[in-house]
Design a protein around this ligand. Structure first.
Ligand code: C2E
Ligand code: MG
Ligand code: MG
Length: 650
């Protein structure tokens, strides 16, 4: 070899070495750049993409893939890739012991040329089978196998070189820690995210719990219908008011308010209307009170008011206001009607010092108000004795029915024009072995509550008809008025039970008059109309009792087979002195006459009232002035001695 040739060879080798050196420098530069870039990155996807791109560039692979062991340590997933088909492969998960990666994980060393034969074709992944040549170096983190960097097919053909293996191994070693950190960071962020989500959820749950608690508290302390405080809260407020009253030697008034005839509203108009009425009543009551007062619903149609710093006088004033606020008609579903109430008052300390006693005494006073129809009543200790007996009375009722212990008293009704004693109203009495004569105001409501009013009314009709028949036998033709309860009229069996009674007694038609309280006529009009017409066809006449206390319209009444209107005694008793009452009586008489209905005034207690009624054109009268209700024997004597004419058969 000549010198020139030798020089030429040397030059070429120098050039090759220089090229190799430059390549090396470039590779090292690339490595440094990559490591620097990924070390400042915590976003895992960015790290993966950087690594995939640079690694592919480094070993001139057609495709570079990064399989990473999943957190379950059972699988690995191709988390990133670069080059041909990478997008198709990335995202695929495989069992950890599967494929070249599985081999690398098992052997803890890189996969390079030649080793491929060590893996059965069945154990290779799809692209591993298709791959011409493949290199996979492991990435080992601080403590464990992370996955690897896999190069598939050398660009321009051929195998990956020893240098590729060294470079990729070096690169894997450099980036492993960065990848491990990024994975840890990703998991941390996920955990943080989850914990934040948990915190938000927890916060929401807390809010819901607070709302539920508030709702529960509301349910426990407030009446759901009227939204007023319930019995518990009311008692609590009373207790607090009593504590401060006791400290300051002050007073506290308790009012118990019970609506009159609310049961009938419920029975005749339905519970829906009843509920709406209670809501409206609650609103009206609430509007009457001072900030410091508490009005609550005790249940049913019973309300109570706790008034701190109130003496009897103020309590009476407030009770009057509560009654007055009920006066304007209620309008429910287009129906207008009025509701009255009875109020019982008890004041600390004179009527009791503890909550229980005050409530009990206000309750007793309320019953007195109801009985006497006084509107409101202050507790009177002498009333207290009678109260507990109320309860035990209920127990005796059934027995009394079976034993026929009840009695009918008769009160005459007189025709003001002809001076004739036209008939009687039968009024029930209960001579009780221990309690003496129990008035109907006490036992009729109990009969109604227990459903015993049905057999009771049949008994009353039977007893009345028997008496009528007896009078007719002795030649006297008197009508017999029997009071009905709404329960009787709504009882589907009522007609079939009354008709046989009418047939049993040999009496002339038009002897039996059934009295129905006005409030019954508020609704159930169609149903009532059928019942009344059917009974009318059997000769029964109907009278509207206590007229003026409810709000039935006269024109509506006219559509029913009603022959008589009975003006409530509350208007009659004072009409002599109360101009308003006199006006009401007079206009009722006129209106009824225009409709062809006769008018009877009850509660006539003196002669001047009788004369006024006669002058107004009232048809009939009934009252203590004519006679008190009398037991049958006394009434027989009364009939013998009375100056009123008795209609006799000729
Ligand atoms: P009512 O049907 O309005 O009966 C009239 C009431 O007024 C009777 O009371 C009678 O004694 C009373 N009274 C009559 N004249 C006068 C008077 O001049 N002045 C005063 N202050 N009162 C007078 P009583 O007998 O206590 O009956 C009360 C209520 O009990 C009756 O009112 C009626 O609604 C009911 N009742 C009585 N007996 C029966 C019955 O057999 N069945 C039903 N369902 N209710 C009855
Ligand atoms: Mg009556
Ligand atoms: Mg009456």
């Amino acid at each position: 070899m000549s010198q020139v040739q030798r020089d030429g060879d040397q030059d070429r080798r120098f050039q090759e070495l220089e090229l190799a050196l430059r390549l090396r420098e470039r590779e090292i530069e690339l490595l440094k750049e990559t490591v620097f870039a990924i070390n400042s990155q915590l976003d895992l996807d960015t790290v993966f993409h950087l690594v995939a791109d640079r690694a592919r560039e480094l070993i001139c692979a057609e495709t570079l893939l990064i399989p990473v062991v999943d957190t379950d340590c059972q699988h690995y997933t191709y988390r990133a890739g670069a080059g041909r088909n990478a997008a198709e492969i990335v995202g695929e998960s495989l069992p950890l012991d599967y494929g070249v990666c599985g081999w690398v994980w098992r052997h803890k060393r890189p996969w390079w040329r030649g080793v491929l034969d060590e893996l059965e074709p069945a154990d290779r992944t799809r692209w591993e089978i298709e791959a011409g040549t493949l290199i996979l170096v492991p990435m080992i983190g601080k403590n464990h196998f992370l996955g690897g960097l896999a190069g598939i097919n050398k660009q321009g053909g051929g195998d990956f070189s020893q240098q590729d293996l060294s470079l990729l191994s070096l690169f894997a070693g450099q980036v492993s820690i960065a990848i491990e950190n990024a994975i840890a960071f990703e998991e941390l962020s996920k955990a943080k995210h989850t914990s934040e989500a948990y915190q938000i959820e927890l916060h929401q749950l807390n809010n819901e719990l607070t709302a539920i608690n508030r709702e529960l508290e509301h349910l426990a302390l407030y009446d759901q219908l009227t939204q007023l405080p319930n019995r518990s809260l009311l008692q609590d407020r009373l207790q607090q008011a009593l504590f401060s009253a006791q400290r300051e030697e002050g007073r506290v008034a308790v009012l118990i308010v019970d609506l009159d005839q609310f049961k009938e509203v419920n029975d005749t108009l339905g519970h829906d209307v009843g509920d709406q009425l209670l809501v409206q009543v609650a609103e009206r009551f609430s509007g009457q009170l001072r900030q410091t007062d508490t009005v609550g619903r005790l249940g049913g149609d019973e309300f109570a008011v706790v008034i701190p710093n109130a003496d009897t006088e103020l309590a009476c004033h407030l009770a009057g206001n509560l009654l007055a606020v009920l006066e304007p008609d209620f309008d429910i579903d287009g129906m207008r009607f009025s509701v009255a109430a009875s109020v019982g008052i008890a004041v600390h300390p004179q009527h009791g010092v503890d909550a229980g006693t005050l409530m009990k005494h206000a309750d007793i006073a309320m019953y007195t108000a109801k009985r006497t129809r006084f509107g409101y009543t202050v507790y009177d200790p002498s009333e207290a004795v009678a109260q507990p007996e109320r309860l035990s009375l209920v127990g005796d009722l059934r027995q009394a029915l079976v034993n026929r212990e009840f009695d009918l008293y008769f009160q005459p009704k007189v025709d003001l024009r002809s001076g004739t004693l036209s008939g009687v109203e039968a009024l029930a009495r209960w001579p009780h072995a221990k309690r003496g004569l129990v008035p109907p105001d006490q036992f009729i409501p109990m009969l109604e509550q227990t459903g015993l009013i049905r057999p009771f009314t049949l008994w009353a009709i039977e007893r009345g008809l028997q008496q009528c028949a007896q009078w007719q036998e002795s030649g006297m033709h008197l009508t017999m008025a029997i009071n009905l309860s709404i329960h009787n009229l709504l009882d589907p069996q009522f007609i079939t039970q009354v008709v046989p009674l009418l047939q049993r007694f040999p009496i002339s038609r038009s002897c039996l008059i059934l009295e129905i309280t006005e409030s019954v006529f508020l609704s159930e009009h169609a149903k009532l109309s059928n019942v009344l017409n059917e009974l009318r066809s059997h000769g029964v006449a109907f009278s509207i009792d206590d007229f003026g206390t409810g709000h039935s319209s006269l024109s509506r009444l006219k559509k029913l087979p009603v022959s008589e209107l009975k003006i409530d005694r509350s208007f009659v008793m004072d009409m002599e002195t109360d101009r308003d009452d006199a006006v009401i009586v007079r206009s009722t008489v006129d209106l009824a006459h225009n409709l062809g209905i006769a008018v009877i005034a009850e509660g006539v207690e003196n002669e001047s009232t009788l004369n006024m009624l006669r002058e107004m054109g009232c048809d009939l009268a009934q009252g203590y002035f004519i006679s008190r209700p009398l037991p049958a024997d006394d009434f027989a004597r009364y009939l013998q001695n009375t100056e009123w004419k008795i209609p006799r058969s000729t």
